[in-house]
Design a protein around this ligand. Structure first.
Ligand code: PLP
Length: 364
């Protein structure tokens, strides 16, 4: 057990760890936010102070990600899963075909949800490889009449990550960026829509960010739930009802932290170094392995296996006792997984590698 008050190295896939500076600032401001005598959770979302806070969060997101005025930024609820339904409802009519790249568990869920609303064409599917690789660019063709092409830039469970945005010609590209947003520079203009649940790299759960090119607004089906109607929300600063105020505030603090640490280029440098440290250790060890095609290994989620899978439970328990928590693999795949999002420092990954070495020495 850890001493009370001691922070652990938290490798959770989500909700994930947050930068300690951000938590400390939130703590400092918790009882009296900006001289209001209230916490940010207790003020009206229509009040001047909170409206300014939300506007600042949006301005920071635009600055950090390089989002132009051609795009609307929406701050909604219902998570990424809600957007699995909102995307078809906002971008297609019944009978349309939506194109998908099926590259893992999250793509699969997005496909299942889209099938409720439209026809689905799966252009490429890496299930045969147990989702350990990605489709080669040029190995599939996007039908010109597809409503949009949906892909998952980073598959959180298997740990595969696209290194380039898929080409789709004039067909809008829609990305579920939940587990990689803010981790490296992104070509926003290559996308029609980017959406992401906040709880991996952006802040607490309860918030989903949707970045949508304005020329794609105005197409929602009449039956679209109003809270997920991108056009309505874009016209109301995402405040047709009460937004997740604390999550929005905290996203603002996280974006300030990203800015103070070199922006997305700085995040990429940190994340690349962390991933390289862990993968190079795994590759050099006869005891540990990572099944993913090295060309597409995720910088954010690193699944790994041991030569003796019967030791998995012991590994996870001993790691937790050593202050390295949430290292169990997703229940659908087993093994271990280290999620090393933006907030995980290099020292955390080094501590994991040191623990893995010692575990191999004593149990290998
Ligand atoms: C976590 C995750 C989701 C689910 O997000 P919710 O906000 O819980 O709905 C969807 N897609 C990806 C890629 C994820 O990592």
């Amino acid at each position: 057990m850890n001493n009370a008050g001691m922070r652990v190295h938290n490798f959770s896939a989500g909700p994930a760890m947050l930068p300690v500076e951000v938590l400390e600032q939130a703590q400092t401001e918790l009882l009296d936010w900006g001289g209001s005598g209230m916490s940010v959770m207790e003020v009206s979302h229509r009040g001047k102070a909170f409206v300014a806070c939300a506007a600042q969060t949006e301005a920071s997101l635009r600055e950090v990600m390089g989002i132009s005025d051609d795009y609307a930024c929406l701050f909604l609820q219902g998570g990424a899963l809600g957007q699995f339904a909102a995307a078809p409802l906002n971008l297609s009519v019944a009978g349309d075909t939506i194109a998908f790249l099926n590259t893992g568990d999250w793509s699969k869920k997005a496909i299942a949800e889209a099938r409720k609303y439209a026809d689905v064409a799966v252009l490429a599917d890496t299930a045969d490889s147990s989702f350990t690789t990605l489709p080669q660019p040029g190995s599939y063709e996007v039908p010109a009449d597809a409503a949009y092409l949906h892909y998952t830039p980073n598959e959180t469970i298997r740990g595969v990550e696209f290194q380039a945005v898929p080409q789709a010609g004039a067909v809008p590209v829609v990305a579920d960026m939940s587990s990689t947003i803010l981790s490296r520079p992104v070509d926003v203009d290559a996308h029609g829509v980017i959406y992401a649940g906040a709880q991996k790299n952006m802040g607490p759960s309860g918030l989903v960010v949707v970045v949508v090119r304005r020329d794609l607004l105005g197409r929602a089906r009449p039956e679209t739930p109003t809270v997920w109607d991108w056009t309505v929300q874009a016209g109301a600063d995402s405040m047709i009802n009460t937004p997740p105020t604390f999550s929005l505030y905290l996203l603002g603090l996280v974006l300030d932290w990203v800015k103070g640490n070199g922006g997305l280029a700085g995040m990429a440098e940190r994340n690349k170094a962390k991933a390289a440290l862990l993968y190079s250790f795994i590759d050099a060890s006869p005891f540990y392995s990572n099944p993913v095609d090295p060309a597409y290994r995720s910088w954010m989620n690193v699944p790994f296996l041991m030569a003796s899978p019967d030791l998995d439970k012991q590994f996870v328990a001993e790691a937790a006792a050593a202050g390295l928590t949430n290292l169990g693999g997703h229940r659908s795949v087993g093994g271990m997984r280290a999620s090393i999002y933006n907030a995980m420092p290099l020292e955390g990954v080094q501590a994991l590698v040191d623990f893995m070495k010692e575990f191999e020495r004593t149990h290998g």
